[in-house]
Write a protein that binds this ligand. Structure first.
Ligand SMILES: Nc1ncnc2c1ncn2[C@@H]1O[C@H](COP(=O)(O)OP(=O)(O)OP(=O)(O)O)[C@@H](O)[C@H]1O
Length: 256
């Protein structure tokens, strides 16, 4: 397996290349109810795991500026695929190449410290995303304005609601135009007004024509509205890859 994060290149057609990727998780083959039981089994070498293939030989390429939706029923492997592309998970087999900087809108707020204020978290998370302090100083007001949380900036994050955390996280991750935007169910977190605002910002990136977007949503209407192409993954297997209307029609047909 291999993961390549390369600089954006105008010579290369593809921003994302997923080649024969499999993700194998080891899952416990029996249920252990407490830690003591776990340690006894571990000492006796009686802990057994079975392999579970969350992704099974998946391959697709996404051209620069293309907007692709990943569809599939619950547990089919969509989030696992996005995490592998974002470099959060290492695939067990195959290779992934990403060209350019990624804004991963995955598990929004996961890198935040609940004891710190929103303002402190903006600097912390910004540093994790590779921004300098000077850059954040210059963009802090934009982030606060987009999140619409001016009056809550000095409150510890532990007192924020999950929607408020998502607002801050989305505002930081999208403060500049990324080369590759990875969106996993982000838009379902905030309230309907914020969802519309996020969708508008994503749309503005798409309209620029040079941001590559990989998008997961349980709303098939949203996938149809935003994407031009869709990849359907089912039980870790790639079922279909094509124009968004065709794939979504076939996906819907399984429920009829
Ligand atoms: N860390 C892990 N350890 C073990 N199994 C995992 C792990 N992460 C995911 N899985 C399993 O991999 C499968 C795919 O999960 P994944 O979250 O990628 O699906 P999904 O298509 O995004 O689902 P949903 O639509 O419900 O969000 C599931 O069966 C899940 O239980």
């Amino acid at each position: 397996m291999a993961y390549y994060s390369l600089p954006a290149s105008s010579k290369e057609e593809y921003s994302i290349e997923v080649e024969d990727v499999s993700m194998i998780f080891n899952i416990a083959s029996e249920v252990l109810t407490n830690l003591k039981e776990y340690f006894i089994k571990a000492m006796k070498h009686e802990l057994f795991f079975k392999e579970f293939r969350a992704l099974n030989h998946v391959s697709f390429k996404v051209s620069r500026g293309e907007v692709v939706g990943l569809v599939g029923t619950n547990g089919s492997g969509k989030s696992t695929m996005l995490k592998c592309i974002a470099g959060v998970l290492e695939p067990s087999e195959g290779s992934i190449t990403v060209r350019g900087n990624i804004a991963p809108l995955i598990e929004l707020g996961a890198g935040f410290d609940p004891e710190l204020t929103a303002r402190e978290n903006i600097y912390l998370n910004g540093a994790l995303l590779g921004y300098t302090k000077e850059f954040i100083d210059g963009h802090l007001q934009d982030i606060i304005d987009f999140a619409e949380l001016q009056d809550f900036m000095d409150m510890p994050l532990k007192n924020y609601s999950s929607g408020m955390v998502a607002r801050i996280a989305f505002a930081i991750a999208t403060v500049t135009e990324p080369d590759v935007l990875i969106v996993d169910e982000t838009l379902s977190v905030g309230d309907v007004f914020f969802q519309e605002k996020c969708e508008a910002r994503i749309k503005s990136f798409i309209d620029s024509g040079h941001v590559t977007v990989l998008f997961v949503s349980h709303s098939i209407e949203q996938v149809e509205r935003i994407c031009t192409r869709a990849v359907w993954i089912e039980k870790g297997q790639q079922r279909m890859d094509g124009p968004v209307e065709e794939v979504c029609r076939a996906y819907r047909a399984q429920f009829d």
